[in-house]
Write a protein that binds this ligand. Structure first.
Ligand SMILES: [Zn+2]
Ligand SMILES: [Zn+2]
Length: 176
């Protein structure tokens, strides 16, 4: 089993019945069977090396289920991300994150973090859809669609900058 964040580090256990950790970065892999025993687990901090970039990237489930699902934890001081496998429900904590979760008592409803960020995502999508509807109403659906299509064609064009310059020229002429 490899660390989701370090390229070539194998996860280890301190004892047979304890969770896996990465001896390289100090991250913690919590299999779902540990979720009920969260209060017994302490953070495994072995090396003093810090890997601040680890929190900004996601990784693969050490148990081979593909990419982990990130969820933002809204710690007031410093938000961070946890990652969960949507197949085996194992959770990855970068070094120090387990400590933060425990301090903030997030562990009592850990899985809600994923459903909360899912809800936030849904809310964002709904807001976006509402905004599009409003724009269509104000501009007319035809003009809205024309603008969207034109933007798409310009973005895909190899001479994108020339097209943008021309568009700008045309727009400026009108407004003068
Ligand atoms: Zn690691
Ligand atoms: Zn998994």
């Amino acid at each position: 089993m490899n660390c989701p964040k370090c390229k070539n580090a194998a996860l280890k256990k301190k004892e047979f019945s304890s969770p896996y950790f990465c001896p390289e970065c100090g991250g913690l892999w919590l299999e779902s069977k540990f979720i009920d025993r969260l209060s017994e687990i302490s953070d495994h901090t072995l090396k003093s090396n810090e890997y601040p970039d680890h929190d900004s990237k996601t990784g693969l489930c050490p148990q081979g289920h593909g990419i982990l699902t990130r969820a933002k934890v809204n710690d007031d001081d410093q938000p961070f991300y946890l990652e969960r496998c949507s197949k085996c429900y194992g959770i990855w904590f970068d070094k120090g994150e387990w400590q933060k979760v425990a301090e903030n008592h997030f562990q009592e409803n850990l899985f809600q973090i994923w459903s909360l960020s899912w809800q936030r995502e849904q809310r964002k999508n709904r807001k976006q859809a509402e905004m599009i509807e409003l724009l269509k109403e104000k501009l007319s659906p035809e003009l809205y669609n024309d603008i969207v299509n034109l933007a798409e064609r310009i973005n895909q064009h190899p001479e994108r900058h020339k097209a943008l310059t021309l568009l700008n020229e045309k727009l400026n002429k009108k407004s003068c």
